[in-house]
Design a protein around this ligand. Structure first.
Ligand code: RFL
Length: 400
């Protein structure tokens, strides 16, 4: 088995396979330091924690992660809090930064004797629909190398080689640009509130999510066309120079109504990422011997914090299916892999889509925008006042 990519998907898959005596190798484009320091997700669903526990992969998050169960909405109509662990399925999130999880998964994989090649970029998957599939890769010194395997798992994200290698017509691509751009920020500052904060403001959305006792992720909705890294000559109005630390904190304070609800704890901005809210789902997730997992299978906007959770879940489903196939010559679960994962993916997409429409005002001031914005207000009002709606929210918010 060749696994492309050492993110949450590739490493969970690799761990479960190695622990079950199935030979595999992971090809990872980046070096180890990069993989272990890439800050992205942080909110793990209860089901994700259960998957990791089942395979002995949850020691770090049990020791250093913390439970989180409250979100706070701030709008033109005031603020309200939901303790979602007392609603829906009654479960909290576990907050544990993705780079720490990846570090744990990698250590466990290597301790178990797992093989990984860092600095090795997969270029293409060949002959996936034949009994002899192969992966063409580039070694760290640039030399080409071919890996042959019975199966290939594409866990190499949205821009990886697995997606690129699908022949035309092998999968249908569902793509939706939600027309909203966020500046994703990682601040060297303790969380400012004991809740996930969602602030709706005339100037746009602002979000607050704890990461560790020293770091906090913030989001700021920004103008379309904002780039994290403008090309030479590009207007600074669209680049990171337009967002010096002070402007970020002032804007966050304004949108989060710090004057009414308490100041934000400021600190250095460690990371600025531009996130265009998009959905992208391939259907089916299998082409012969090639299986797509995690972000390679579907991209989901971070509005509902589902991406890493789906990656872990899909990796376990694929691992179990491969074990059945290799050990018991039973391919039924492999045949059902795509349909089973797509059911989870579309449910997560639906909720994420709902969250996007809850958190962002429709642009413009024409009748259509006015109508949309009245609906958005009614949606928020129902969430504030209806216990049934709150149960539905909690179940979907914390679940995958
Ligand atoms: P990853 O983590 O992107 O890992 C893919 C790996 O593949 C390597 N790679 C290649 N290797 C070999 N050959 C090639 N050709 C390769 N091309 C790429 C890459 O170097 C990398 O190591 O994918 P995976 O494993 O599918 O995991 C997906 C998650 O990382 C992603 O969905 C989440 O981070 C999304 N996300 C969140 N998800 C949550 O569940 N909860 C959250 O709170 C949350 N917050 C976020 C997020 C994503 C964010 N960004 C940056 C879009 C916050 C942000 C800001």
């Amino acid at each position: 088995m060749v696994i492309l990519g050492a993110g949450p998907a590739g490493l969970v898959l690799g761990n479960v396979l190695v622990d079950n005596g199935i030979d595999c190798v992971i090809l990872e484009r980046a070096d180890r330091a990069h993989v272990q320091t890439r800050a992205r997700a942080g909110f793990l669903a209860a089901n994700t924690v259960r998957v990791l526990e089942r395979h002995g992969l949850a020691d770090g998050l049990r020791r250093h992660g913390h439970e989180h169960s409250v979100c706070e909405f701030r709008t033109e109509d005031g603020r309200f809090r939901l303790d979602y662990s007392g609603l829906g399925t009654g479960e909290p999130h576990t907050v544990y930064p993705q780079q720490h999880l990846v570090t744990d998964l990698l250590a466990h994989y290597l301790d178990a004797g797992g093989r990984i090649r860092f600095g090795t970029e997969a270029v293409a998957v060949h002959d996936a629909d034949t009994p002899r599939p192969s992966v063409l890769a580039r070694e760290p010194d640039g030399r080409p190398v071919t890996w042959q395997a019975r199966y290939v798992a594409g866990c190499d994200g949205r821009h990886g080689a697995a997606r690129r290698s699908l022949p035309p017509g092998a999968a249908h691509r569902h793509h939706r640009d939600h027309g909203v751009t966020w500046l994703g920020l990682l601040a060297e500052a303790p969380p400012s509130l004991d809740a996930v904060g969602y602030a709706l403001h005339d100037r746009g959305f602002a979000g607050h999510m704890a990461r560790t006792s020293e770091t906090t992720r913030y989001y700021l909705q920004c103008g379309p066309g904002t780039t994290a890294d403008p090309s030479p000559g590009e207007s600074p109005a669209t680049g990171p120079a337009a967002w010096p630390d002070e402007r970020i904190w002032d804007e966050l304070a304004l949108r989060m109504r710090a004057a009414d609800y308490g100041p934000l704890r400021r600190g250095r901005i460690l990371q600025r990422t531009v996130v265009d809210l998009e959905s992208d789902v391939l259907e089916p997730l299998r082409h012969g011997a090639l299986f797509l997992v995690g972000d390679a299978a579907s991209l989901i906007s971070p509005s509902a914090a589902k991406g890493a959770n789906l990656a872990v879940l899909e990796a376990e489903i694929l691992a179990h299916a491969l074990i059945e196939d290799v050990k018991n010559a039973d391919s039924a679960a492999l045949d059902g892999y795509s349909a089973r994962c797509l059911a989870y993916i579309w449910r997560a997409q639906e909720f994420s889509h709902w969250m996007i429409r809850l958190l962002h005002a429709a642009p413009g001031s024409d009748d259509a925008a006015l109508f949309e914005n009245r609906l958005r207000r009614a949606r928020m009002d129902a969430l504030r006042t209806s216990r049934t709606r709150q149960d539905w929210f909690a179940e979907n918010y914390v679940g995958v």
